[in-house]
Design a protein around this ligand. Structure first.
Ligand SMILES: NC(=O)C1=CN([C@@H]2O[C@H](COP(=O)(O)OP(=O)(O)OC[C@H]3O[C@@H](n4cnc5c(N)ncnc54)[C@H](O)[C@@H]3O)[C@@H](O)[C@H]2O)C=CC1
Ligand SMILES: O=c1[nH]c(=O)c2[nH+]cn([C@@H]3O[C@H](COP(=O)(O)O)[C@@H](O)[C@H]3O)c2[nH]1
Ligand SMILES: [K+]
Length: 496
């Protein structure tokens, strides 16, 4: 007979935190939010850590190279979406690893044989008026010239005028040599009254551009999550099918960690994927797996060698998996149950496997709850999709703005593959929706507020670290009637 777990599965909104004694040294500035990202043996340090317990969802509408840079700058990690070709995903990883504050890879490039018409079309497409002219029109080709809007006049020059006739070239072309510092590049900009300076290697191949406007806002964040070569840490999503091709390409691009991206991870496909990666790369390549919602699934993946395990089925804001397939579990119950299994696993084996609570986090305090319940970090989709740094369009909506946000199980996300990875297309059903989320401005600002909230809650709980929070937090269940007591009530709100 089927086994029934009679305890109903619960969500974060059903719990509140109880304060503990706040000692005088427990102030926001003293709260440390660093947390392990990968498994470690008792008494040892994890191979990878996060400086804040945040990761961004493995989704087309959330995690590209821009999100990865913005989040790593703040101490977290993005997992670049795997629902794209291997080459495209590896290229995104490469862009993050090549990124140096203030040095950008040129996104507007042409050859001398292009025309003014091509210049105008490219400007329309990228929004950038400074273009690098290289022998092959790529951002890494031999640099032959530069075009800015000062080099042509739309009213006077014919549209078929060749770029070679009006680009800045020869002795007038001022460049910086690869390896110079940002402040040296900035001196070149000022000394020559330029808005941009191309940086070239020994063979005059283009490597970066440095723009005057970028210089001021590129001070390094002290929380930045960096590797031993001072490059940003980045993760990437993989699947349990093409990993033998995808993982080598990602490793070649410099990825720090991969994560099997699936709605449900208690499977031999995932164990095989982990096994292959560990045999191929040993400890050099870290790998997260999931998702699970109960202890058996956790233990299976921990035994298989997962470096972290992700929790959450059907709780995401764009998820309709529970409606479609009837699988899943309230996220709070899932985290509590799996965290207990993780602690038991640690006692039995001396191996600590970090947990990630993925999806369904709505209020900022839900993040604190997830950590208190035993998660070491969280993964958020909707939250990050709202910021400027997410890859999707910002659209005017009523009096404000929204950004697009769609699930990886939606038809929109699945369209990337020309061939179906998983069987007959005519049998497919959607497991996610296509939606809008309210636009929330710059990631630095929004995330800054959330971090401050989490830290001040931790002070109420007398915790200066996530470890302490997990060990000492006390939580209570709330009744549905007491929930209304928690918002403004029995008053007439002004300005409404
Ligand atoms: N966290 C959540 O609640 C949910 C997440 N999603 C997202 O949607 C996307 C797609 O997820 P899934 O459909 O679960 O993808 P998936 O690729 O893991 O699974 C699809 C199907 O293929 C099977 N499969 C996996 N590897 C195989 C192999 N090597 N050979 C043969 N069959 C294999 C799986 O067992 C499953 O039936 C992911 O981005 C996931 O994160 C979708 C629904 C819910
Ligand atoms: O049922 C689903 N259908 C989908 O199409 C889908 N796409 C993503 N995900 C999962 O949702 C997480 C993000 O959730 P939030 O927006 O709540 O942060 C993500 O991190 C995923 O775990 C999906 N679940
Ligand atoms: K399964």
């Amino acid at each position: 007979m089927a086994r029934i777990i009679n305890e109903p599965s619960r969500t974060f909104g059903e719990y509140l935190l109880l304060p503990n004694l706040t000692t005088k040294d427990c102030i926001v500035d003293n709260v440390d939010l660093s947390t392990p990202l990968t498994r470690f043996k008792k008494g040892e340090e994890p191979g990878l850590k996060l400086n804040i317990p945040f990761s961004s969802a493995i989704m087309q509408s959330v995690s590209d190279n821009n999100m990865a840079i913005a989040l790593a700058k703040n101490g977290g990690i993005a997992f670049i979406y795997g629902s794209q070709t291997i080459e495209e995903e590896a290229e995104m990883v490469r862009k993050v690893k090549k990124y140096k504050a203030g040095f950008v890879i040129s996104d507007s490039n042409l050859t001398p044989n292009h025309t003014l018409e091509d210049v105008l079309a490219l400007k329309e497409k990228t929004g950038h008026s400074t273009m690098a002219i290289t022998d092959d029109g790529t951002p890494t080709g031999k640099l032959l010239g530069i075009v800015t809007s000062r080099d042509y006049r739309i009213t006077r020059d014919p549209l078929d005028k060749k770029v070679s006739e009006f680009m800045t070239q020869g002795d007038s072309l001022i460049v910086g040599k690869e390896g110079i510092t940002l402040s040296e590049a900035n001196n070149i900009l000022w000394d020559n009254k330029l808005n941009a300076v191309p940086i070239v290697d020994e063979d005059f191949n283009l490597v970066y551009m440095v723009f005057r406007k970028d210089y001021s806002d590129d001070k390094e964040n002290p929380r930045a999550n960096l590797d031993n070569q001072k490059r940003y840490i980045v993760g990437a999503g993989i699947n349990s099918r093409d990993y033998k091709e995808r993982v080598p390409a990602l490793v070649d691009a410099g990825v720090d960690i991969v994560c099997i991206d699936s709605s449900e991870g208690f499977s031999e496909w995932q164990a095989d994927t982990i096994k292959w990666i560990k045999e191929e790369y040993g400890e050099r390549v870290k790998i997260g797996a999931g998702n699970v919602v109960e202890p058996e699934g956790f233990r299976y993946l921990a035994d298989a060698g997962a470096d972290f395990v992700k929790i959450g089925i059907g709780g995401g804001s764009i998820c309709i998996t529970r409606e479609q397939k009837g699988i899943g579990r309230g996220q709070a119950s899932a985290v509590l149950d799996v965290a207990a299994a993780r602690d038991e696993y640690f006692e039995q084996t001396g191996i600590y496997v970090p947990l990630c609570s993925d999806g369904g986090l709505v209020q900022d305090y839900h993040i604190t709850l997830a950590l208190a319940m035993g998660a070491d970090f969280v993964m958020l989709g909707r939250y990050f999709a709202r910021f400027d740094e997410s890859p999707t369009a910002k659209i005017k909506y009523g009096n404000g703005f929204v950004k697009e946000y769609w699930g990886e199980g939606s038809n929109r996300a699945r369209n990337w593959a020309r061939y179906d990875l998983g069987g007959k297309t005519d049998l497919q059903f959607e497991e996610g929706v296509d939606s809008y989320v309210p636009y929330a401005g710059k990631l630095d600002d929004g995330l800054g507020t959330t971090l401050h909230k989490i830290k001040s809650t931790m002070c109420n709980l007398g915790s200066k670290s996530i470890y302490q929070l997990q060990k000492t937090a006390r939580l209570c269940l709330v009744s549905s009637t007491s929930i209304s007591e928690g918002s403004a009530h029995d008053v007439i709100l002004k300005n409404q």
